[in-house]
Design a protein around this ligand. Structure first.
Ligand SMILES: [Zn+2]
Length: 317
């Protein structure tokens, strides 16, 4: 089934709800949490255009999620030798040449330090080299400032939560929300309402992109690897570098309703911008002015690549 990398790969079918039904579930829930919330089934706008600048025009065609590696490879101490490749991941999820987006830990060898990966790539296929628009966000060890740049490689390390698809146009969910009333983040809210409606017997996951059009968001960037073990959530939060970055932020996001026993991270969102800011999205910090616009599709499969054999739940926010 999977590419011959020697890495364990398992997969599980996901429930794909009807898009119109999913749209109304989200609309009903998000209306409670935002002053305005509008969810519709639309033709995916061309995502290669502004403000998204993704590596493929759409999210459609055999959408599938993958959870690669995991936080246990990062904490308590990083296993730096854990290395993956986006072209290989496309083969591992049985979709060579896929368009892949999502969140992960970037290639430390290429950057010289640990970093955040915002995956956005048309992977290599038999007749094309593809197009790598992946960004890396890092902390410069010299002065602690941040840096966002295009990735010079298709490698990454430690962990990632990704969606692969054929990158085609087609029907998607459009989610538009303004003025937040609830304390949670945008992605957690969507996840919550889908899980609540469909229940724990239906394993559902979505991937896509949203833009924070107005406001600011709390973002973290991982600095270089910690030399002392990060044993608790508090240790991890002291080690991470937190920022408030400003809109427009383009967020590549993957989430699942729950973990059916595959040792999954439930949600993971990384953002980039065209003004040098990017990293791991926590939530907006401007509930009164915030404006979200996103496009999502439900996935057909979850692939688990190289799960840690010793696992824990620290640092999965
Ligand atoms: Zn992250």
């Amino acid at each position: 089934m999977a590419a011959n990398t020697g890495m364990p790969v398992t997969r599980r079918a996901m429930v794909v709800p009807d898009l119109d039904e999913l749209s109304s579930v989200l609309q009903t829930g998000l209306k409670i949490c935002f002053e305005t919330a509008e969810v519709n089934v639309v033709d995916c706008p061309d995502l290669t255009q502004q403000p998204f600048h993704l590596a493929a025009p759409g999210l459609c065609g055999s959408p599938r999620l993958t959870d690669v590696g995991g936080v246990p490879y990062l904490v308590p101490l990083a296993q730096k030798e854990k290395k993956y490749n986006l072209d290989t991941v496309a083969e591992q999820v049985d979709l060579p040449g896929a368009f892949i987006l999502g969140a992960g830990a970037g290639p430390h060898a290429a950057v010289g330090t640990n970093n955040e990966m915002i995956a956005n790539i048309r992977t290599r296929s038999a007749d094309s080299e593809g197009d790598n628009q992946t960004r890396l966000s890092s902390i410069l060890p010299e002065d602690g400032s941040y840096c966002l740049k295009c990735s010079p490689t298709r490698d990454f390390n430690l962990l990632a939560n990704l969606m692969a698809s054929e990158g085609k146009p087609g029907k998607v969910l459009e989610v538009k929300c303004q003025t937040r009333r609830s304390p949670d983040n945008f992605v957690s809210l969507m996840r919550h309402f889908i899980h609540k409606h469909y229940g724990k017997d239906k394993f559902i996951g979505l991937g896509g992109v949203f833009v924070i059009e107005e406001g600011k968001a709390k973002i973290h960037i991982m600095p270089d690897f910690s030399k002392k073990p990060l044993d608790t959530e508090e240790d991890v939060n002291k080690w991470l570098k937190f920022f408030e970055f400003k809109a427009p932020l383009i967020c590549c996001s993957v989430f699942v309703t729950h973990d059916p026993g595959m040792d999954l991270r439930l949600e993971h969102t990384h953002c980039f911008s065209h003004h040098g800011q990017g990293g791991h999205y926590h939530h907006d910090v401007t509930p009164k002015t915030v404006s979200y616009r996103g496009y999502f599709v439900p996935a057909e499969w979850m692939y688990r690549i190289d799960p840690p054999t010793i696992t824990h739940n620290i640092g999965r926010d």
